[in-house]
Structure formats: structure tokens, C-alpha cells
Design a protein around this ligand. Structure first.
Ligand code: SF4
Length: 95
């Protein structure tokens, strides 16, 4: 659990993204509705991250460097957790 407080080696807190920046990202064509998972699946992904030791600062996956609240919207994205795609486990239940 203390692992969650570790700081990313390659970037500091100045790279934390604020809600406005996140909204701008999500409004871009890369996040068109047809490219997104359902809202339910999105929430399930966020939940999986929140209980993950690789989740940092409430926004970042330390394994892929992704901004989770942003990329978790995308069907094309997977969780990089070694040995277990924590998102895929959830996806099986949401069919
Ligand atoms: S994407 Fe996967 S490895 Fe990264 S924080 Fe979320 S659950 Fe953990």
C-alpha cells in the first residue's frame, strides 16, 4: 500500500492533469463515442485501478504512464498489469 505514494521516476507532480485539460482531451476525435467502452465498463476500470498498487496520484498508471481517467474510456486500451489484465477480468462480466 505504501507503494502508492512513490513518485514517478520520469515526471513530477507538475504533470498532473487538471479537470479542464482532461475535458479537452476527451472532446478530441480520438475519444469519439464509438471508440469508447460503456460508462459502466469505464467505472469498473477505474475501480480496478483504484485498488491497484501501480495506480499513482489518483490519475496515473505507473506501468504504462497512462492517465487512467482518460484512457480507460477507450476500447483499444488494455491494462498492462503483469500476468493479469485487470480490466479484461472486468470486461468478461460486462457482456
Ligand atoms: S491500468 Fe492496470 S496496472 Fe495500471 S493502474 Fe490500472 S489496474 Fe493497475
Amino acid at each position: 500500500m505504501s507503494e502508492r505514494t512513490k513518485t514517478c521516476r520520469s515526471c513530477g507532480d507538475e504533470f498532473a492533469v487538471n479537470p479542464q485539460q482532461m475535458e479537452r482531451l476527451l472532446a478530441s476525435p480520438a475519444f469519439a463515442a464509438e471508440l469508447r467502452v460503456s460508462e459502466e465498463q469505464y467505472m469498473a476500470r477505474l475501480e480496478a485501478c483504484q485498488s491497484c498498487s501501480k495506480f499513482h496520484g489518483g490519475t496515473t498508471c505507473m506501468l504504462c504512464g497512462c492517465l487512467v481517467p482518460v484512457v480507460a474510456h477507450l476500447k483499444s486500451k488494455n491494462c498492462p498489469y503483469p500476468g493479469t489484465d485487470r480490466w479484461a477480468v472486468l470486461a468478461e462480466h460486462s457482456h
